[in-house]
Design a protein around this ligand. Structure first.
Ligand code: UD1
Ligand code: CA
Length: 449
């Protein structure tokens, strides 16, 4: 059966107290909307429609950057979740099959759960709603049901005290045949406490029309909705707990898992070791058997097998470490390829550079890549040896097997095998230190007499 996904993302999310639309707030370095789209992708939908409204242009950009096949429609006025789903009707013209509605502020629905909902549809339920037992039902819609047979959903604002006592709540996820769903939505009115067109009226209308409505349940953690900054922080914590557990299951050693922060797209290979207090930003791949030592920060980078990074290293976007490369303490690497076995062990900035195999970059080496307007590249050949405290003024190339003397400011290319010395020549003044010291001490004695 073909499936379509509709993700509702038009609301402002006023309880976030933010200028940013709620669905663009991030968990694990990815917008909530991207989490929802990722969750929905688990059922391999044939069509995906995002309903945008508040901050629509920004929402559209994020949706389409994530997946260019996503169709974004606008809900100019936010008249409720039912009205929002209706905005997707034209985009789904000609589609026949099941529709799953997801809320953009509900990021963690698992694939198994969506599959269970589609299975319930396949077994003949006309409308399927995802419910959960809420520890604190609060503002959630209540599922009025007999067993898994749903009679109707009542919003908290419209509920009687008896209905409010029900703990089985609406997650917001709903599945139905497209034609049935839109036909039922045409009957939804706004005669309720919020004066909104509720999607949640659909199951009751289905029952009134002699159709069936069924409940599939999942744990509360999965349906966690984000409405406030506190919810966002709780969602981050929940994500991190799951991601750490996932990494451990995949054979990654995390010495202190609770101190490691992962991004939605972090990939860490088996037998990699991650020491305490490591932060992964977006776009990081760490291959098998690499070690990321304590207090390192990585984003947009690739760390190959056998590499050792940190402690206290910073890998920024475009850092590509080939096998067995080493990046040590207080080293920052950006847009640079560090070839197999190369070492940058201490206190360096390497940006816009290519470091050849086995090259050794001495402590305090800086690639001066920025002239205030343009960025320039530094190329360092295989087996080169860069002396400590070398400033490499890019664009510049240090040849294969070449060396630079420590403290050099290298402004010209260094041919293969040559040694570059770009510093003042040392002179020694015989006995001058002792004479100077004696003179100073005598002066001090005179002043304190
Ligand atoms: C909704 C449900 C409630 C459920 C809860 C679960 C309704 C009427 N209520 O309430 O039963 O327990 O979610 O979290 O559906 N949106 C639009 N356009 C609109 C209104 C909302 O796109 O006109 C989007 C929002 O951006 C959001 C989602 O729909 O992503 C849910 O809207 P929200 O206002 O947060 O609904 P709740 O009050 O939480
Ligand atoms: Ca909500």
């Amino acid at each position: 059966m073909p499936t379509a996904l509709i993700v509702l993302a038009a609301g402002q999310g006023s309880r976030m107290q933010s200028d940013r639309p709620k669905v663009l707030h991030e968990v694990a370095h990815a917008p909530l909307l991207v989490h929802a789209l990722t969750a929905g992708a688990a059922v391999a939908p044939d069509r995906v429609v995002v309903v945008a409204g508040h901050g629509g242009d920004a929402v559209e950009t994020v949706a389409r950057n994530h997946d260019e096949d996503v169709v974004v429609v606008r809900q100019e006025e936010q008249l409720g979740t039912g009205h929002a789903v209706l905005q997707a009707r034209a985009a789904l013209a000609g589609f026949s099959g099941d529709v799953i509605v997801l809320y953009g502020d509900t990021p963690f629905i698992r694939p198994e759960t969506l599959e269970a909902m589609l299975a319930a549809r396949a077994e003949g339920a006309d409308v399927v709603v995802l419910g959960f037992e809420a520890a604190d039902p609060g503002r959630y819609g209540r599922l009025i049901a007999t067993g898994d047979r749903l009679e109707r959903i009542v919003e908290a604002k419209d509920a009687t005290p008896e209905e409010l006592a029900v703990r089985l709540c609406n997650s917001g996820v709903l599945a139905a045949d497209a034609e049935t769903l839109f036909a039922l939505l045409d009957q939804v009115g706004n005669d309720n406490a919020a004066k909104e067109y509720y999607l949640t009226d659909v199951p009751g209308l289905a029952r009134a029309g002699r159709m069936s409505a069924r409940i599939v349940t999942c744990p509360e953690a999965e349906t966690m909705g984000v409405n406030t900054r506190a919810d966002l922080a709780a969602a981050e914590a929940a994500f991190q707990a799951r991601a750490r557990a996932g990494a451990l299951e995949d054979g990654v050693t995390l010495i202190a898992p609770e101190t490691v922060f992962l991004a939605l797209d972090t990939v860490i290979g088996r037998d990699a070791v991650v020491e305490p207090h490591v932060v992964f930003g977006p776009g990081v791949t760490v291959e098998s058997g690499a070690t990321i030592r304590a207090f390192s920060h990585l984003e947009g980078c690739h760390v190959s097998e056998g590499c050792v990074v940190g402690p206290y290293a910073r890998l920024r976007p475009g850092a590509e470490l080939d096998r067995n490369a080493k990046v040590g303490n207080f080293v920052e690497v950006k847009s640079a390829q560090v070839a197999e076995g190369a070492k940058i062990n201490h206190l360096s900035y390497v940006g816009d550079a290519t470091i050849g195999p086995r090259a050794n970059i001495g402590a305090g080496t800086i690639t001066c890549n920025y002239d205030g307007v343009f960025k320039h590249r530094t190329e360092i050949g295989a087996d080169a040896f860069i002396g400590s405290n070398t400033a490499l003024v890019a664009p510049v190339r240090v040849g294969v097997g070449a060396m630079t003397g420590s403290g050099s400011v290298v402004t010209m290319d260094v041919p293969d095998g040559d040694l570059a010395l770009g510093r003042a020549k040392q002179v020694n003044k015989p006995g001058l230190a002792a004479r100077l010291m004696a003179k100073l001490k005598a002066e001090k004695a005179r002043r304190t007499q």
